[in-house]
Design a binder for this molecule. Sequence first.
Ligand code: ITT
Length: 208
Amino acid sequence: MSYRKITGPLVIATHNEGKLWELKQLLGPYGIEVISAGSLNIPEPEETEDSFQGNALLKARAAAHRAQLPAFADDSGLCVEALGGAPGIYSARWAGANRDFKVACERVRQELEASGVQPPFRANFTCALAIVWPDGHEDVFEGQVDGVLVFPPRGEKGFGYDPIFKPDELDKTFGEMMSAEKHALPGDGSRALSHRARAFQALSRACL
Ligand code: ITT
């Protein structure tokens, strides 16, 4: 398979402000013009696939088709071992219509309590990043970070499930980290920390 280099403007097909911010930070150093799907009034497609990569491709395809520009989408989520990988691709839905992630984090806690499993609660964050071109060319990359869940939630930074996830590499949750620390791309080529930054590292080596 051959990857295609990204040069010109790129539509970011996400309606999640937290993700949009992180993706802009990651793309910033490459000097690529980015346009948000929201600013082009591109609607959010229904996520009907059964994998992170499938849903990332679905979102990028819809935006590339509408904008007639290459489009970049992220599908990601928290997978909890003792819950059989849930919420996984349904991570956004667990926050309900109001996108309240305090509710989503509490649901994770309650489901773990109901399962009777004792800590440590192993989990991972997974991120698939897809780039789709208007002529149908597609590239997709995945990144993952392993860790444990902590209750009560810790930290006010980040977004989504960040306050309950502590990566194995550090003694603080994503919610207690400056975002630059969470998604930093080490200059020496060593492994990034977050699932999104790890997927982006693979993408940048192939396409930037
Ligand atoms: P788009 O589809 O518009 O990109 P979304 O929020 O619906 O936005 P997803 O379908 O990929 O995105 O849902 C993934 C959810 O998992 C998301 O809403 C986050 O709350 C959560 N999530 C993903 N990455 C995360 C991260 O780095 N930190 C905390 N939570 C994260």
